[in-house]
Design a protein around this ligand. Structure first.
Ligand SMILES: CC(C)CCC[C@@H](C)[C@H]1CC[C@H]2[C@@H]3CC=C4C[C@@H](O)CC[C@]4(C)[C@H]3CC[C@]12C
Length: 401
């Protein structure tokens, strides 16, 4: 890859950036093994990314108040699309580019809550596997009876740029109607590599399949593909198995705004969403001194400080303290024949609900790439004590139906 003008690479990093570009051309598979130049390192770990699902708690809980099943499915679709900006564009918008997140250690936790007009919405995120890296999360609002759980891993490949396939899924449950929605995760690729200002673009399609008989398909297309606009998507909601009987159609930019139209009339706009008009609620986390040693911001504090100072020697020294400790723990577990006990999740032997819904949309039920299928474990969660999370105590999540 040739260097271009208008590069965002700091002058002193030009050499390391071009060798990084060369090195990723032969790179395949596990993103955590990638070593990147200092200026592109993030101080945030991937366990924090689970919070992107709920930066608009009111949009998250809205489906619970809708009596009509098709409209409810539409509200779930609306919430899902509203999360994409935080998930995939917020870092490049805030920091000027995408950065390489810290690679979480096994057992790393990110705990927090949102407090706003939707009441309290709680978040538990845990690194349930290190090889391959897998993050699991559970997010719930008991007042409105809405809960989300999921887990994910990434599989990378290189073809002109970094291409990432997400493995895993999320399930949204609405208590009042005792219904579930299986959510699949978009594939992405990195743009802007040559100029040193990488950002995420989504591609392919994802689905939301409900137990009430509705399917939503979301098609992603970047700049120059279909509309020529960045971050474009087009979504349709239809009764399961009847792809042509479109009930609602949603079109727009997932970073900006979109419109919902009725499938039949094609012109009547029934709803709109605009990120500029929709405030996010900041997540609250415990002050670092009160956090557990396994909570991400406390555990990585010294590494983050070193990255912020631009001190690479200190960064690697602090990183290896964590790595050595982890290796020591794995060794002890091996010797005692005990696997590391996850705090909030359990490897599910079976997950019939997931299997049933996945089958309807042809989603592979593949657990080999995620070290198992991970389910939120109510018993463990109730037993887990955190100074910040005294009441990790949602009603039992019905997994087996
Ligand atoms: C920036 C360049 C140099 C390095 C590439 C960094 C890679 C590791 C980064 C860039 C974008 C990142 C993805 C951005 C958003 C999400 C959604 C979240 O719900 C799960 C993690 C996931 C899927 C991230 C995984 C790691 C990722 C693929």
């Amino acid at each position: 890859m040739a260097e271009k003008e208008g590069s965002a690479v700091p002058p002193q990093s030009k050499g390391s950036w071009s060798s990084f570009l060369k090195s990723i051309a032969t790179f395949n598979g596990d993103l955590s093994t990638m070593t990147a130049p200092a200026f592109i390192l993030s101080t945030k770990s991937l366990t924090e990314f689970s919070s992107y699902w709920t930066e608009h708690p009111s949009v998250f809980v809205a489906p619970a108040a809708e009596k009509d099943a098709a409209k409810r499915a539409l509200l779930v679709l609306k919430w899902f699309i509203s999360t994409l900006k935080q998930q995939y564009a917020s870092r490049s918008e805030k920091l000027g580019s995408e950065k390489k997140p810290l690679n979480p250690f096994l057992g790393e936790l990110f705990l927090g809550k949102w407090e706003d007009q939707a009441g309290t919405t709680q978040l538990v995120s845990e690194q349930v596997s290190h090889h391959p890296p897998v993050t699991a999360y559970s997010i719930w609002n008991s007042q409105h009876g809405v809960r989300l759980q999921g887990y994910n891993a990434q599989k990378a490949s290189f073809k002109t740029t970094i291409n990432v396939k997400q493995v895993g899924h999320a399930i949204l449950h609405i208590d009042a109607f005792d219904e579930d929605y299986l959510i699949t995760l978009p594939s992405l690729h990195i743009e802007g590599m040559i100029t040193g200002s990488p950002y995420v673009e989504l591609n392919g399609s994802t689905y939301i399949q409900s137990t009430t008989g509705y399917t939503a398909r979301i098609d992603y297309s970047g700049k120059g593909w279909v509309s020529g606009k960045k971050n474009t998507f087009s979504a349709v909601l239809y009764p399961e198995g009847k792809e042509k009987d479109i009930i609602y159609k949603v079109d727009g930019q997932w970073t900006d705004s979109w419109q919902v139209k009725e499938g039949k009339s094609k012109t009547a706009v029934v709803d709109t969403f605009d990120h500029k008009a929709t405030k996010t609620t900041p997540l609250t986390v415990a002050p670092i001194e009160q956090q557990d040693d396994f909570e991400t911001r406390r555990a990585w504090k010294k590494v983050s400080d070193a990255i912020n100072k631009g001190d690479m020697d200190m960064t690697s020294a602090e990183k290896s303290i964590i790595e050595v400790r982890q290796r020591e723990m794995r060794k002890q577990e091996k010797e005692s024949g005990k696997e590391w006990e996850r705090k909030f999740f359990t490897r599910a032997e079976q997950f019939p609900l997931f299997q049933k819904l996945a089958q309807k949309i042809g989603e592979p039920v593949n657990d080999s790439q995620t070290n198992g299928v991970w389910a939120f474990d109510q018993e463990k969660a109730s037993a887990a004590k955190s100074p910040f999370h005294p009441e990790v105590n949602p009603p039992i999540y019905e997994r087996v139906k």
